[in-house]
Design a protein around this ligand. Structure first.
Ligand SMILES: *Cc1c(COP(=O)(O)O)cnc(C)c1O
Length: 401
């Protein structure tokens, strides 16, 4: 790993032909410490947001002991990197062999589910040699909740409807040492009310099922900062979740969990790309939809950008990007604000790509190589530096009725 003060120094030293992913371990560590110190419970890192082993080590050293994994490959990867980590297999649809390997080989005890079929699968796959059921399972029933306050929905694929939840909660209670209820409000939830509303649904589910609950897991969805998407401070989310969870009818010793992906790693990476050609406001760059810019292409996500080449105008114009592959889908509309006189050969730093960015790179069409480099400067935006303007307005301060 090479160390540089910032992305401009990387460009001056290397004039890289390929895109470069910049790592900022100090930013990820700061995010982790924030969750460890301020979330009123246990924070699980949702590995899919960025499955980099170097990042796992940074988070572990900063106090993140629990990891939300979604595939057997993620189980193996985290276990190989962090032998002592607590792994929670939170994908509600798993293969029997993945469950068995996770339980028997890697010590996984926590699993999520949203159907009776999955419950039966977990019980069979973890049965003891004599056929009796495992006695140490921690099972979280995933409830379907609304994604209306989030930028990316996770509402239609997973989660059991409130109306059907009681029989599943009762059946799961029969075989679980710990019973949990989990949900996901969708990624980049722009208001704490998303969690308050979901916890109201959890309350209804528990009351109807009349079961003792040991874990409330509020999932991921904690936002980061992007152009045009400045959420309220994370303290507001934690406060609203704390108040709503405190009043739930759960066992006295119950635990509160969350599963941040984006919020823990968004600030960890940025990307340095080169402009290969310009056509008016369209810049042809050497990374794109099949690289770290998947969300920029497929869901129109805007990322902060800056020009790293010297001597360009201070005056900015809205630009769009074409990626390197040979299809029209490799297009990122933006707008990305860059100097009016951008030229071929210029370098651009694209910020806040640690979550669902650096992790998404593929080798499609022969592109996808990227060197990893570390810098000591700050990310383009931060939830954790205490220097943000306060975006609170009356409509996003949550009042509990
Ligand atoms: C993707 C995912 C997360 C992380 O979501 P973020 O929006 O990145 O915080 C957490 N839990 C589960 C089950 C997920 O699928």
């Amino acid at each position: 790993m090479h160390h540089f003060p910032d992305a401009s120094a990387v460009v001056r030293a290397l004039s890289p032909d390929e895109p470069v992913i910049i790592n900022r371990p100090h930013a990820a560590a700061r995010a982790a410490r924030f969750f460890v110190e301020k979330f009123p419970g246990t924070s699980l890192y949702a590995v899919k947001a960025n499955p980099s082993p170097e990042l796992f080590k940074v988070l572990w050293d900063a106090g993140i002991t629990h990891y939300d994994v979604a595939s057997i490959a993620e189980v193996r990867l985290v276990r190989a990197t962090l032998p002592e980590a607590v792994l929670c297999f939170m994908h509600p649809v798993k293969s029997k062999s993945a469950i068995a390997e996770a339980y028997l080989v890697h010590g996984v005890r926590t699993f999520s589910l949203d159907s009776h079929d999955e419950l039966a699968k977990i019980v069979t796959a973890t049965a003891q040699a004599d056929g009796s059921a495992a006695e140490d399972l921690r099972l979280c029933v995933r409830l379907r909740v609304s994604s209306e306050y989030s930028e990316l929905s996770l509402a239609s694929k997973f989660g059991i409807d409130l109306a059907d939840a009681a029989p599943l909660l009762q059946a799961t209670r029969q075989v679980a040492d710990w019973l949990g209820v989990c949900f996901h409000v969708g990624s980049q939830a722009m208001t704490p009310f998303a969690f308050v509303q979901a916890l109201e649904r959890v309350r209804a589910a528990i009351v109807v099922a009349a079961v003792t609950v040991d874990i409330i897991d509020v999932g991921g969805g904690f936002p980061s900062i992007y152009p045009g998407m400045e959420p309220p401070p994370l303290e507001d989310y934690f406060g609203a979740i704390h108040r709503a969870a405190e009043s739930l009818p759960v066992s006295y010793s119950s635990e509160l969990w969350c599963e941040p992906g984006r919020a823990l790693c968004a600030e960890y990476n940025s990307l340095v790309v080169r402009v290969e050609k310009t056509r008016d406001d369209e810049l042809y760059i050497n990374d794109g939809a099949y690289g770290a810019l998947y969300d920029a292409a497929h869901v129109g996500w805007r990322f902060p950008v800056r020009c790293l080449s010297e001597g360009r105008s201070e005056q900015l114009k809205p630009c769009s990007f074409y990626g390197p592959t040979c299809d029209d889908a490799d297009y990122m509309e933006g707008p990305f604000l860059l100097p009016v006189d951008m030229q071929a050969g210029d370098y651009i730093e694209i910020g806040m790509l640690g979550a669902y960015g650096a992790a998404m790179k593929t080798a499609f069409n022969g592109f996808g190589q990227a060197a990893a480099i570390e810098t000591g400067d700050e990310p383009m935006a931060s939830q954790y530096m205490g220097n943000r303007r306060d975006p609170r307005t009356s409509d996003n301060v949550v009042s509990l009725r």
